[in-house]
Design a protein around this ligand. Sequence first.
Ligand SMILES: Nc1ncnc2c1ncn2[C@@H]1O[C@H](COP(=O)(O)OP(=O)(O)OP(=O)(O)O)[C@@H](O)[C@H]1O
Ligand SMILES: O=P(O)(O)OC[C@H]1O[C@H](OP(=O)(O)OP(=O)(O)O)[C@H](O)[C@@H]1O
Ligand SMILES: [Mg+2]
Length: 322
Amino acid sequence: MIDRIERARGLLNADREAVVEAVGSSPVDNAQTNPQTDRPRFLKVAVPNKGSLSDAAIQMLREAGYRQRTDSKELTLSDPATRTEFYYLRPRDIAVYVGEGILDVGITGRDMLLDSAAEADEVKALGFGGTRFRFAAPAGQDWTIERLDGARIATSYPGLVDAWLADRGVKARLIKLDGAVESAIRLGVADAVADVVETGTTLQRAGLELFGDPILESESVLITRRGGPEPEGFGHFARRLDGVLVARNWVMMDYDIDTAYVEQASALTPGFESPTVSPLAREGWVAVRVMVPRADAQLLMDRLYDLGARAILVTDIAACRI
Ligand SMILES: Nc1ncnc2c1ncn2[C@@H]1O[C@H](COP(=O)(O)OP(=O)(O)OP(=O)(O)O)[C@@H](O)[C@H]1O
Ligand SMILES: O=P(O)(O)OC[C@H]1O[C@H](OP(=O)(O)OP(=O)(O)O)[C@H](O)[C@@H]1O
Ligand SMILES: [Mg+2]
């Protein structure tokens, strides 16, 4: 049995080498080479190694067709077939590496990017790790943003909080903590906290309540160095992630409809660009194929059925480039 697994592994590796060779002779070969090693330049991607964003980021990269580490102790992983190298780093440090131009692109939280003040910009939101960044204080004390003037605020994100308060002319003393910020008030080191909120359970358990407007709506984001030239290979990388987002958020819908109602049906399901309309053997009817937002699929099927559409089918999109 073990023999068979080993043999299969060998075959898979052989396949991969064949792909690398094939890719090597494709137009991608015009890529820059590293003058020191003469090796084609690999796109260097920073991926969160721990914490809330790590598993989801790795999952997204796998769905985009990239090899990913299987051992959480691996620090780097090279994917020669796509000329990409992955560096597994603390999410808080990722903006620093990208901002300094050491790594080409990174996945981190918007809150961490802004907190770092690194020379890096958000290129696109990746749709996971959604949180809000909020002030909280002991429940029932009617805290307001104005009351923060002169108060002590505990946070792991002093850069983010400082910039937000400065914009509003509030002067507070920031107490920088690494984590477990919600304990700071009970332990007497702060009067209020500013922290990441997902479900709100942690704050509630600590007897705290939110106040003031959210400082930030955060989620995972793709970042690159500010003002730098577009890194070689970045276009392919970004399009692959776009493909994952579209495959996750959109479905393919097919239906048959009387020609007389195609216009109304198309208004309901305009698709990305325009629906594909093909003739059917049945006189006066056409088949329509169109992408629709996954979240709207059931409602659209009801509406299309009411309009006279039949054989309405929804299928998942496994992968795509739009
Ligand atoms: N439930 C959550 N709790 C905390 N952060 C979350 C959550 N969901 C998503 N995030 C996002 O993940 C990032 C924070 O990651 P994480 O908490 O893993 O970092 P950390 O606090 O430095 O690490 P750790 O908690 O492992 O010490 C932020 O961008 C945050 O907005
Ligand atoms: O609103 P919730 O769903 O309760 O999640 C938010 C909590 O989770 C995070 O803590 P984490 O587990 O990352 O520990 P840390 O505070 O030590 O970073 C964050 O700092 C909040 O405390
Ligand atoms: Mg944390």
